[in-house]
Design a binder for this molecule. Structure first.
Ligand code: SF4
Length: 116
């Protein structure tokens, strides 16, 4: 005659934690892969895009209208912005402000915020 072991709360907690961590890991994997794969395939943000226009986006920061955007300082560009998600050396990369588009590493918009 076999006996069923009594419930073990520590074991139950361990199994629950393991299952939860596995689910979160599996769910996050496609998102990180998608971001890496999309970095090169995202359409480039146009300066004529309505949101880009409203935020003064320029693909080349040297073309920023300094009178209209006095917060712009020479030397600032997307590659130094905390919203930029491209990797070093890439000409374009994703930006958290312009979802689904790639911005120029040499670009700028009024949402610029220096990476810390
Ligand atoms: Fe560039 Fe930053 Fe503006 Fe995005 S938020 S376009 S990275 S300056």
């Amino acid at each position: 005659m076999s006996r069923i072991p009594p419930p073990n709360p520590a074991r139950r907690h361990f199994l629950f934690t393991l299952a939860t961590a596995s689910c979160v890991g599996i769910a996050a994997l496609p998102a990180s892969r998608a971001l890496a794969q999309n970095a090169g395939s995202l359409p480039h943000l146009s300066e004529e895009d309505p949101l880009a226009k409203s935020l003064g986006y320029k693909a080349n920061a040297s073309a920023v209208d300094k009178a209209k955007f006095p917060t712009f300082k020479p030397g600032q560009d997307c590659s130094l912005c905390r919203f930029y998600q491209g990797t070093a050396g890439q000409a374009f990369g994703p930006c958290q402000v312009f979802a689904g588009k790639a911005v120029s590493a040499k670009g700028w918009c009024v949402s610029y915020s220096q990476k810390t």
